[in-house]
Design a binder for this molecule. Structure first.
Ligand SMILES: *Cc1c(COP(=O)(O)O)cnc(C)c1O
Length: 457
């Protein structure tokens, strides 16, 4: 097999997989042990024909692939891949650019620069903000909060680059009880421990409480970082960002927004009111691999203080032959040194959709979530727990056993897949509509699967 024939074959296998989405179980029905047994052969002593490698790999693994590209995959907040983004990602692999430096990949860098500017425009982030394409929102938090740490310490005369964290003035972090766990992990990476984090009890709907925030800010002296959220992972609720910005205003604290998926509501004229005030933040973290539907992995960090961002991330070495004086060198903005040209699929996705297409994708997902909420609420004992403001639906049945039983039955049916969670100390089910493929019929089929599950219990 020539290399060309092999690439065609791989593309054919990829397309074959996508063709199965309507009919295959959304969650694979083969066990992990069975999958491992197909793969876990002794390390070969010598070479194999590449065509055989790919053929055997696909045959062994494909049955175990979770159909997260399916319109009936509603787990976590995952998203699928738009055709232009998926195809562009194949090119990214073939080109194999290392986007650490301009000199390693000028064409990928110009695509990244335009993609960054386009995303800022869509998400109502100030044009002057710096950005970084990273692996996901977790790393975007790390990047933004490293800039925040740099900035709030500099404001009290502490040079973090020179002096490090040992002996520095302590930083206080204020955040709501419903923040995403990746915030805590980013803080841990940054040397900010639990004792420095003040968790503010959320309002009953899960939003950050602006009064508690204002009171905590009044009590907190010294360097302070506030983390707000656009899109709570269970309910989709967005913090009142104007109220958060009002509370922070004039205190010198840094306001970071976790908008992994929720920030994309800014791209919709009918939903952007949910994010009013977002443009007043100091940093924003989001994902492209969730609601924008580009292949894994891609998150984006934005920072209203480019100097702090760059100081926190820059890499210097003589051999790098940086051209930063001429152009934005990627290595100045990301925690990674070598990296994939992951903004190219973002560029392709945005070219495919255009401004109206992004708005339509977001609005359609929300409409399907509302459709599901209306349908599921008709089932006996079912209670929808959230106000469906975005693409998330949180619901439960009469008691924990009924909730757990219905979820397990639908998951096992292969008709749809979504995950369980806990809400107010009781079991609940969360459905996230974040795929461009989800149709009205997919939602009807999913409600029907729950109907059958509750009838059989
Ligand atoms: C998914 C998610 C994250 C983490 O994003 P990754 O891309 O998995 O790193 C952070 N915050 C929220 C609100 C999320 O939904």
């Amino acid at each position: 097999m020539t290399e060309r024939e092999l690439l065609y074959r791989a593309a054919e296998l990829a397309a074959d997989h996508l063709d199965t989405l309507e009919t295959r179980p959304v969650y694979p029905q083969v066990s992990v042990e069975e999958l491992a047994a197909r793969i876990d052969v002794p390390l070969p002593d010598g070479p194999s024909e590449p065509g055989n490698v790919v053929e055997e790999l696909a045959a062994a693994l494909e049955p175990g692939v979770v159909a997260s590209q399916s319109g009936r995959y509603f787990g976590f907040v995952v998203g699928s891949s738009l055709p232009a983004a998926l195809a562009a990602d194949i090119l990214v692999s073939a080109w194999d650019q290392n986007l650490g430096l301009l000199s390693l990949g000028p064409s990928s860098l110009v695509a990244e620069n335009t993609a960054g500017a386009w995303v800022k425009d869509l998400l109502a982030i100030p044009e002057s903000a710096s950005f970084a394409f990273v692996t996901g929102c977790q790393t975007a938090h790390f990047t933004c909060l490293a800039a925040a740490r740099q900035h709030v310490l500099a404001a009290v005369g502490w040079d973090l680059v020179e002096q490090g964290l040992a002996g520095s003035p302590p930083i206080t972090v204020l955040l709501g009880s419903k923040r995403h766990s990746t915030i805590d992990r980013a803080l841990r990476y940054l040397g900010i421990g639990h004792a420095q984090i003040r968790v503010l009890e959320a309002l009953p709907d899960g939003r950050l409480d602006p009064d508690r925030l204002a009171a905590a800010l009044a009590e907190s002296e010294g360097p302070t970082i506030v983390c707000a959220q656009a899109g709570e992972v269970n309910s989709g609720v967005c913090d009142d960002l104007n109220a958060a910005a009002d509370a922070v205003g004039g205190t010198g604290a840094w306001l970071h927004v976790d908008g992994a998926f929720g920030l994309w509501a800014a791209a919709s004229p009918s939903l952007r009111h949910l994010l009013a005030g977002s443009e007043r933040a100091d940093s924003w973290a989001t994902d492209a691999h969730k609601w924008l539907n580009v292949p894994y992995d891609c998150g984006i960090a934005f920072c209203a203080h480019p100097d702090a961002h760059r100081e926190a991330m820059t890499a210097q070495a003589v051999y790098l032959m940086r051209e930063a004086d001429v152009i934005r060198e990627p290595v100045d903005w990301t925690p990674e040194h070598s990296r994939r040209a992951r903004a190219v699929p973002v560029y392709a996705a945005l070219r495919q959709l255009g401004r109206s297409g992004v708005a339509e994708l977001v609005e359609r997902s929300c409409a399907r979530a509302r459709q599901f909420a209306a349908g599921i609420a008709e089932l006996p004992g079912c209670q929808v727990l959230n106000d469906v403001v975005l693409n998330q639906v949180l619901f439960r049945f009469a008691d924990d056993d009924a909730t757990g039983g219905a979820l397990a039955s639908v998951q096992a049916s292969g008709e749809a897949w979504m995950s369980g969670t806990e809400w107010d100390g009781r079991r609940a089910i969360r459905l996230s509509v974040s795929s461009w493929r989800t149709t009205e019929a997919d939602i009807e089929r999913t409600v029907a699967a729950f109907r059958r599950a509750t009838e059989s219990v």
